[in-house]
Design a protein around this ligand. Sequence first.
Ligand SMILES: [Zn+2]
Length: 104
Amino acid sequence: MTPMTHSTPWFSIGTVDAPARCPRCAFTVAAWAPSLDHHVRPCGGCGGASLTWGTPDRSLWISVEYAPRPVASFLRWALEQLDELEFVELLASIEELFLGARSP
Ligand SMILES: [Zn+2]
């Protein structure tokens, strides 16, 4: 099966030294504080709907508008149905699944 790819970048994953940036405009925040907040907010640079999420060593920025439609629908469902801790557990579970699929 060929993985589906998207020509428009819709997410950015960052590190402590190179924090995640808005996929639309490359805006970032100088001090990326770890956050469990899972609400969609406007980008400080372009105003695009963004979901940002940070841990002490990584950061994630998803452009909801640029995300594949099923991903955007899934995110909206998760944000309505899950609280912050459940959302974090969901992301951790997806990562666990993905890492497990890569190293059988
Ligand atoms: Zn932006």
